[in-house]
Write a protein that binds this ligand. Structure first.
Ligand code: NAD
Length: 388
């Protein structure tokens, strides 16, 4: 359990970051070709900032990458670091453990930091890590506002370090194959989509996982951003990737249905419509009270309708010039990209690849997430350019 000091610090960090919310064409395989010059040889040392549930998947991913060594762990709840240390690959040197983020950032041999904190702390921690001279891997959502993303992108420029965002589908073999197939299958311009993230509610941490008196961040709108930031960020990122255009206008309705079951004010359902610069329209729906849904995501193109389902991509043609091609079904490899993003980040640390997805790509999703929240709160259509 964290000390009174770390609890106060946690509360302070949460309040500072929470208060703020009130208010191109990417290659399928990333951007290795025009990467910066190789800088330093590995193994590269990384510190994991935030040892909650998601850190387990990152430790598993990093364990499979010989070029990266977990040299530090940080969490305000000390015993979570002890639990996570047990997951680090056998034979590795034990990591340093910190309950104070600033002390971890002062560890001079760290090349990089993985920010796996609650959403409202991403901006603060990323900028602090960049200023300390570390490369940063930051979990999605990049931040809660476009203004925060802008500050993070500025910090990247000032530091000369790289920032990779944890929307892992960009590295998932199945998603990469799906996007490659869509781009090469003669479907014509993609006109609109119906994409979704329907699932059950968040895992609620055990009683000893958060300091007493600190409410769980996912149930707090100021700290989490709600269903569009938490779940929507993934499929919105895939949508941005497929449409390959900039969001221009956003309209959304969101709300809370589940507050009787659980004290919460973070939105647990919503719909978002986005018009892109190339005129394509995204229609997103999400909720956190779904039982056993097995639907897919649909992309409606000039010559075909595309269904991205679990492990399968289906393309049904119509309205094509000449003979209508036979429908196409492509099996997609499994894996959502969580592990695959770490070998790629090793190349980023080696200086042989550019961070992907980077802050600009992360910001594109936040333009939609923040636009949606502003639209739902103010009951109006939001022009993305007005968000900053
Ligand atoms: N990419 C994905 O598929 C995916 C999946 C799950 C979660 N996430 C993201 O990962 C992040 C973490 O999610 P989670 O499920 O692990 O949450 P969690 O609540 O389980 O873990 C967060 C951890 O951060 C620690 N923490 C909070 N404030 C801190 C501070 N100031 N200093 C040090 N430690 C602090 C908490 O004690 C906790 O252990 C979120 O941004 C979430 O959106 C991404």
């Amino acid at each position: 359990m964290g000390s009174d000091f770390t609890r106060r610090k946690f509360m302070r960090d949460s309040l500072i970051a929470g208060a703020i919310l009130a208010a191109g064409s990417a290659a399928v395989d990333g951007q290795e070709a025009d990467a910066p010059k190789p800088s330093k040889s590995g193994p590269y040392k990384i510190g994991i900032l935030g040892c909650g549930n998601r850190s387990k998947a990152h430790i598993a991913g990093i364990n499979g990458v010989a070029e990266i060594e977990i040299a530090a762990l940080c969490d305000v709840v000390a015993h979570k670091m002890d639990q996570r240390e047990q997951l680090i690959r056998k034979g590795a040197r034990p990591p340093q453990k910190y309950t104070d983020m600033e002390k971890m950032l002062a560890q001079s041999d760290l090349d990089a930091v993985a920010v796996v904190l609650p959403n409202h702390l991403h901006k603060m921690a990323t900028i602090a890590a960049l200023q300390a001279g570390k490369h940063v891997f930051c979990e999605k959502p990049m931040a809660l506002t476009v203004a925060d993303c802008n500050e993070m992108i500025d910090a990247v420029k000032r530091s000369g370090k790289q920032l990779q965002i944890g929307t892992q589908r960009r590295h998932g073999s199945g998603f990469k194959k799906a996007v490659e197939t869509i781009r090469s299958a003669g479907v014509g311009k993609i006109l609109s989509s119906a994409v979704n993230s329907y699932r059950s509610d968040w895992r609620v941490p055990e009683a000893d996982e958060y300091p007493p008196g600190v409410p769980y961040w996912r149930l707090n709108q100021q700290q989490c951003g709600g269903v569009v930031y938490e779940m929507g960020a993934h499929i919105i990122d895939v949508n941005n990737w497929v449409f390959d255009s900039e969001p221009v206008t956003v309209v959304s309705l969101q709300g809370v249905n589940d507050s009787k079951l659980r004290a919460r004010d973070s939105t647990d359902h919503g719909g978002v419509l986005v018009r892109y610069a190339n005129d394509a329209l995204m229609n997103y729906g999400g909720n956190l009270y779904t039982h056993g849904f097995k639907g897919g995501d649909y992309f409606f193109a000039e010559n075909a309708t595309i269904t991205l389902g679990e492990g399968k991509l289906e393309i049904v043609y119509g309205n094509a010039k000449g003979a209508t091609p036979a429908p196409m079904t492509v099996d997609l490899p499994s894996g959502d990209g969580t592990s695959e993003q770490w070998p790629y980040f090793a190349k980023v640390l080696a200086g042989t690849a550019k961070a992907y997805p980077d802050g600009h790509e992360g910001r594109r999703s936040i333009q939609i997430c923040q636009g949606a929240i502003v639209s739902a709160q103010e009951k109006r259509i939001v022009n993305v350019k007005d968000l900053g």
